[in-house]
Design a protein around this ligand. Structure first.
Ligand code: BG6
Length: 459
């Protein structure tokens, strides 16, 4: 039997933009996702944009009952900046305050620990249009004001906070790969956004420690261990560089207070160092996080570049390496991602060895499945594949904990099936099915299993 500590959290994660819904009369401002949909709805799977959610804003009370039924002792979501502060006046929207207060209080009353993240890819449009989002330092300062407002309003209920979810995704998808608005390809802007987001995170951490005396704050990072194709020194070098960009770019400054020299050197070489001041670097150095959220889905596998890149070419991290399709790797055939549960153990050991064994929670892990309705029998989705996926990852996480890794919980992505950026409802991840036509919520087999998991603190 795999047994976790008594106070180990089991629960799920979602985000504001992916679950709440807009509800016109209640003043939520538009985000970059509304704009993106307006300019190019054909990029969104089945043409479903951000306004089609499970309407948590209206239905959170019944959803909390479902979280109870599926054994949640913790739940993570985000606050919508565009809902809380809907315009540049900075005046808070009282309807948003009432909603979040009631939502978080009711979770707490059900003994579900609420963990709140401040930013999950959802830039208010008024800040994007006026300043260009996190390209600008103005938005860093506005974010810090927003963070302070959240801490003052909700820290009596919420004790575990995060500054950002997967900031590297905003950087890559918005400024290199064209998957998120503003869909630019501009390496200089990309590094500026990355640096500004880190600065915003460190400044918010500083303010948090002034305002909140009985809580913890961290950042949520999608850590993707990079494995080389072979032991050849060029493949190993390629893997190190992949890891620098994919993981260390935020992990090092957030936990150790310092950027890796090698990353700085590469940025210098390509003339893409962001604008910074020594005072800002000092803030980053002195305001490291208390905890981490770690999202893990799949690793990176890389090999040395087959042809040496043209030094004049537009810079991309992948300038230095090629993806490597490892023969025989296991694949989630319903989503196309590799399944490699050992990766979670490698992350645990890396954090123990190189990052002061900082306490962390697995803040996302899960299995997306296309067309999941086909697995329905007797009215319930029989998602045994997902239960197996969780079990395998928990076994490796447990091994890490036994060897001294400081993990305090495991949150799956997600509770109720949610809308997901360009993929909309293509990949379902939930413990609870969302019927898109009726908006009904139906617990899947994995939801019942998860309830037993938390009851027994193991399986
Ligand atoms: C995570 C994000 O990286 O992946 C979530 O934090 C997202 O917001 C999840 O929904 C799943 O992504 P996808 O593309 O498979 O729906």
């Amino acid at each position: 039997m795999i047994k976790f500590p008594k106070d180990f959290y089991f629960g799920s994660s979602t985000s504001a933009e992916q679950s709440e819904g807009r509800f016109e009369g209640d003043k939520k401002a538009l985000t970059t996702w509304d704009k993106f949909y307006e300019v190019d709805k054909y990029k969104f799977y089945d043409l479903i944009g951000p306004s089609k959610t499970s309407s948590v804003y209206r239905r959170y009370k019944e959803d909390i009952d479902l979280y109870k039924k599926t054994g949640h002792s913790a739940f993570r979501t985000s606050i919508s900046w565009a809902r809380l502060i809907p315009d540049e006046s900075g005046i808070v929207n009282e309807k948003a305050v009432a909603f979040y207060k009631d939502y978080f209080t009711r979770l707490k009353e059900e003994n579900i620990e609420v963990m709140v993240n401040l930013f999950h890819f959802d830039m208010p449009l008024y800040l994007e249009e006026k300043y260009g989002g996190f390209v600008s330092k103005e938005v860093v300062y506005k974010y810090v004001e927003y963070a302070k407002t959240c801490f003052s309003l909700f820290s009596d209920i919420v004790k575990i906070w995060f500054t950002f979810n997967e900031p590297i995704v905003s950087v890559e998808c918005g400024y290199l790969l064209q998957y998120h608005y503003p869909m630019e390809v501009d390496a200089k802007k990309a590094t500026q956004v990355a640096y500004n987001m880190q600065l915003a995170s460190s400044m918010a951490t500083k303010e948090f420690h002034k305002i909140v005396k009985d809580g913890k704050i961290g950042i949520i990072l999608n850590l993707t261990p990079a494995y080389p194709r072979s032991n050849n020194k060029y493949d190993i070098k390629a893997a190190n560089i992949a890891e620098l960009f994919a993981s260390k770019s935020f992990l090092d400054p957030s936990v150790l207070g310092k950027y890796p020299d090698e990353l700085i050197n590469i940025c210098k070489k390509h003339d893409i160092l962001p604008e910074y001041t020594n005072d800002e670097l000092e803030i980053i150095e002195n305001n490291t996080v208390d905890i981490l959220g770690i999202n893990y889905y799949q690793p990176l596998r890389v090999s040395a570049k087959a042809n040496m890149p043209n030094p004049e070419a537009e810079f991309m991290p992948s300038y230095y390496y090629d993806p490597y399709i490892m023969p025989g790797r296991r694949i989630n055939k319903y989503r196309g991602w590799e399944i490699y549960p050992e990766g979670i153990y490698d992350i645990a050991m890396n954090i123990k060895k190189n990052y002061n064994n900082i306490p962390y929670i697995i803040s996302e892990n899960g299995m997306g499945v296309e067309d999941e309705k086909r697995f329905k029998k007797d009215g319930i989705i029989q998602d045994d594949y997902r239960i197996e996926f969780f079990k395998e990852h928990l076994e490796y996480l447990h091994k890490g904990i036994k060897e001294g890794s400081n993990c305090f919980g495991y949150l799956v992505w997600t509770g109720i099936d949610c809308w997901s950026w360009l993929n909309s409802y293509k990949n379902r991840y939930g413990l609870i099915e969302l019927d898109l036509e009726t908006s009904n919520r139906i617990i899947k087999k994995s939801g019942y299993w998860f309830n037993e998991l938390n009851k027994n603190k193991g399986f």
